[in-house]
Ligand binder design. Sequence first.
Ligand SMILES: Nc1ncnc2c1ncn2[C@@H]1O[C@H](COP(=O)(O)OP(=O)(O)O)[C@@H](O)[C@H]1O
Ligand SMILES: [Mg+2]
Length: 364
Amino acid sequence: MNIGLVYNVRHVKPDINNPQYVKEAEFDEPKTIAGMVKALESLGHRVYKVEANENAYLKLKKLSKKIDLVLNTSEGMYGADRESQIPAMLEMLQIPYTGPRPLGYSLGLNKSVAKEILSFYKIPTPKWMTVNQIFDLEKKPFKYFPAIAKPIGEGSSKGIKAENLVNNYSQLKKIVEKLLREFKQSVIIEEYLPGREFTVGILGEKVLPIIEVMFDKLPKNVPKFDHYEAKWVYDNPQAKYDALECPAKLTPQLKNKIANLALKSFQALGMADWARIDIRLNKKGEPSFIEVNCPPGIIPDPKENSRFPRSARVMGLDYASMIEEILKSACRRYKITYKSTRKKTEAEKELQKQKIQFEKQFKK
Ligand SMILES: Nc1ncnc2c1ncn2[C@@H]1O[C@H](COP(=O)(O)OP(=O)(O)O)[C@@H](O)[C@H]1O
Ligand SMILES: [Mg+2]
C-alpha cells in the first residue's frame, strides 16, 4: 500500500537543559522515524514521509491521490489543539488516517475536558478543579490533599516536577502560580492518588498486556510518581534501570478492572486504532483514570523502554507487526482492504498463537 507517514521530528540533540529540546520533548528522534519507515517497508508498503510542520498541508494535498492511508504520529506544533491539526487537514483532503478524529486528539490534550466526559460516563478519575487564573483558586480553594498540579495540555511530564506534589493550600497556590506563568495555559489540580501506577495500551479493539510503572528503584528522596526527572533522568538506557513491569503482577479481578477502565475511557474519549491510558490506584486500591495518550510514543529500539512497543512485544507483536495492527485497524474502520506482501515467519506464527491464547485468557 502507499502509506503516508506524518510525524514530528526533533531538530536538536537530546539535552533536557536545552529549551528547544524541551519544547520538542514529544517529538520523535530521527532514528524513531527511520525505524517506522523500515517497519512499513518490511511490510511491503511504499512510504511517503511528511513532516508535520507548516508545509504539511500542501505536501499532503499533492499526495492525496496517491496515498491509501496515513500513519499519523504527529504531535502538532502550536496551540492547545495542536494534535488535531493534521487529522483536520486529512479530513479536509479526504485521506484516511490512523487514530481518532480531530475531536479525540483535542480531548486527549485537554486533561480537564477529558475528565468531564469521563465523569458523565461515571468512569472513575481523581477529584479535580481547573484554574484559568489564580483568582479561581482563591475564590474556591481546593480541599483535597495531597494534591498535584499540572499544565492542562502538555505531555511527556512537561511541567510536572517533584515539587508539583503539595500538601497544603499555600504550597499549592505557589506551584499553580508558577505553572500559569510558565506555561501560559490553564492548570489542573487533582487529588493525588497514592497507589500503584499502570499504563495500558489499546491496539485495535484489544487491550495490550498491562504495564506497571515501578517507582521503588527511584532514589529514596525522590517522590514516587512519573515526574519529569523520573521519566527523563532516571528512566533511560544509560541508567540501566527498568522502571516497567509487563505484564504487571495483578490479581485477575484487578487486571479486569484496569483493562475495563482503559477500554471504556478509550471509547468515551473517541479514541481509535491505538492509544495508551495512564491509570493509578486510589487509597482504597481502586483504579482511576489519569490521562490518555494518542499517539503514544513508539521508539523501535527495545533498549529505550518505550511503553507501547514494550507491551506489544509482551503480547508477541514485534515492532512491524504492531504497526501493521494499527494500519489494519484503521483499514477496518474505513472499509479499505489491507494489503501486505510480507509473509509471516515461523516465529511470528508461533507468536500469533500466543496472542490468540492471551486473548482467550483475557475474555475469561
Ligand atoms: N492525580 C494524580 N495522582 C497521582 N499521580 C499523578 C496524578 N496525576 C498525575 N500523576 C503523576 O504524574 C505523571 C504525569 O502525569 P500525566 O497526567 O500522565 O501527564 P503527562 O501527559 O505529562 O504524562 C503520571 O504518570 C503520574 O505518575
Ligand atoms: Mg502520562
